[in-house]
Design a protein around this ligand. Structure first.
Ligand code: HEM
Length: 145
């Protein structure tokens, strides 16, 4: 697959398209929880680790909150809204200093995980749809120059 990272900078908010329903159907809720868990574990070993909770329980809870969000945005149960309230993603990221480099690292860490899903039989159409969502919406989260 050719998972390209679009140029992104502070202040730019390109239109976002949610992942197609096939992504959740193919990957399943459990698969999304596993994907998010692996992404957070990869973050732990990366240069953006200082942005994330140091406490083990908080870190594990962050995985749950994030997976709740992604299941919801992919068309599944509204777990995030139920457990955390309105998504307000830009506002929720405001306390963290996220620059273009941090976004790039965050996205890079998804690439091998999406390759794994492809190898396990998830269609490229679904994976590209999910990737495009991450690629574009992550630009919104950049909050410093
Ligand atoms: C651009 C790179 C990004 C960085 C560096 C980043 C960083 C963070 C950090 C530090 C937190 C707080 C700790 C935590 O709860 O995990 C967080 C929370 C979260 N992030 Fe991100 N994030 C990024 C992009 C995104 C994107 C694109 C999404 C959604 C598509 C997203 C969804 C979430 C969710 C759902 C939470 C939990 C919020 C809550 O429960 O209050 N993040 N992120």
């Amino acid at each position: 697959m050719n998972l390209e990272i679009s140029y992104g900078e502070f202040g730019v908010k390109p239109p976002v398209i949610k992942p197609i329903p096939e992504f959740l159907l193919e990957v399943t809720e459990e698969g999304i929880r596993e994907l998010i868990s692996k992404h957070y574990d990869a973050i732990k070993e990366s240069d953006i680790m200082p942005l994330f909770p140091k406490n083990r329980e908080e870190f594990e809870q962050a995985k749950v909150n994030s997976a709740d969000f992604f299941i919801q945005i992919c068309g599944g149960e509204a777990y995030f809204t139920k457990n955390r309230g309105a998504p307000r993603m830009v506002g929720r990221h405001a306390p963290f200093r996220i620059d273009a480099k941090a976004r790039q690292i965050w996205l890079e860490l998804y690439k091998p995980l999406l390759e794994e899903l492809r190898e396990s039989g998830v269609t490229e159409t679904s994976l590209y749809s999910f990737w495009n969502y991450l690629n574009v919406f992550s630009i919104w989260m950049i909050n410093i120059k």
